[in-house]
Design a protein around this ligand. Sequence first.
Ligand SMILES: Nc1ncnc2c1ncn2[C@@H]1O[C@H](COP(=O)(O)OP(=O)(O)O)[C@@H](O)[C@H]1O
Ligand code: SF4
Ligand SMILES: [Mg+2]
Length: 383
Amino acid sequence: MTAVPAETPATDDLLRVEGLKVHFPIKRGIFFDRTIGHVKAVDGVDLAVPRGSTYGLVGESGCGKSTLGRAILRLVEPTEGRVLFDGTDVAALKGEPLRHMRQRMQMVFQDPLGSLDPRQNVESLLSEPLRAHGLGGGTAGIAEKVRGLLDAVGLPSAALRRYPHEFSGGQRQRIGIARALTLEPDLLIADEPVSALDVSVQAQVLNLLEELQQRLGLTFLVIAHDLAVVRHISDVVGVMYLGSLVEQAPADDLYEQPLHPYTRSLMSAVPVPDPVVEESRERILLAGDLPSPANPPSGCRFHTRCPWRQETRCDDEVPLLRELAPGRLVSCHWAEEIRDGVLHPKSPDEVAATMGVSVRATGAEAFETDALVQGVDQPIERT
Ligand SMILES: Nc1ncnc2c1ncn2[C@@H]1O[C@H](COP(=O)(O)OP(=O)(O)O)[C@@H](O)[C@H]1O
Ligand code: SF4
Ligand SMILES: [Mg+2]
């Protein structure tokens, strides 16, 4: 790990994202040369991740989380905005400095089987990045380092001779994490790291990530469509809707009192272990599906589904992400009135009738899979 400087600045952000936009052109025509519009996958995101902390990014499938992660790593080029890694503008880097920066930021993917070469055994998977970067200090040094990595992720050294398909999902994710750690990164971007795993195994992998963070001083950006996944691991949680952040707060505050109507509806779909509470739990249903990021609604992007939508401002004025309380950012014109119970939600049927759409539940059970975007996630290119 890179040593933390003796004089740490007051705001010690390892990662800063400023006004980031990623718009993908939509091409039509026989030669795919006519741009007929843009998918606004990420549309103006600002966030900061202090060194050694975890930022949890949540939102429905298709809201732009993976694209944001990929843009940070420069696997897709931002349309606008900046990514500052340890104070350096990532876009300005080329050649050796870019290679070095990529070494310091690594990604853990949802599907380790898709991101690990099936023809390489674990030893080869873990030693290859070291050899490619001329690290590890020769064959004996690399072998020792690889054994250390396996040990760190809780796998026996007997795993070295085996191939990815011979492991269970949870073990494979451990290999994926070990591989991401080979080059001693400072930042790990974990994109849906446990979404493909059983719930019991999810907790083990999340615990492992937390333990590694403490031991190695890592900084994390953990992406998930499931609020429950980022809850315990995150210091700060950001909620994304159609390419933008709608709310950001310290994790405990967000779960205790979600302020944005979208966060409130997501939270209402998370099951509660206590059967009595679960029985009486208020579920906020949303009207309609996630609108297309190629043609997002005007004003507040959530207005087509929002139970609190008002006649004024919501449809035509874009709400800013503003600080409602220390550390609590919300982009809703009516956040204070909603928090204080001055405004009341409409039923989903009423919203649906106004918008001419149908009603559908939010939350884990209603989220679509990431099938749409699988295959877009590639291992980090080693240039
Ligand atoms: N390479 C690409 N080209 C065009 N559209 C893309 C590309 N990658 C993602 N998208 C679109 O951008 C939007 C956001 O996708 P993504 O970032 O994968 O969302 P999430 O990770 O939150 O599910 C989706 O509508 C998706 O179809
Ligand atoms: S600005 Fe209006 S539509 Fe948007 S979240 Fe707030 S109340 Fe709902
Ligand atoms: Mg994704």
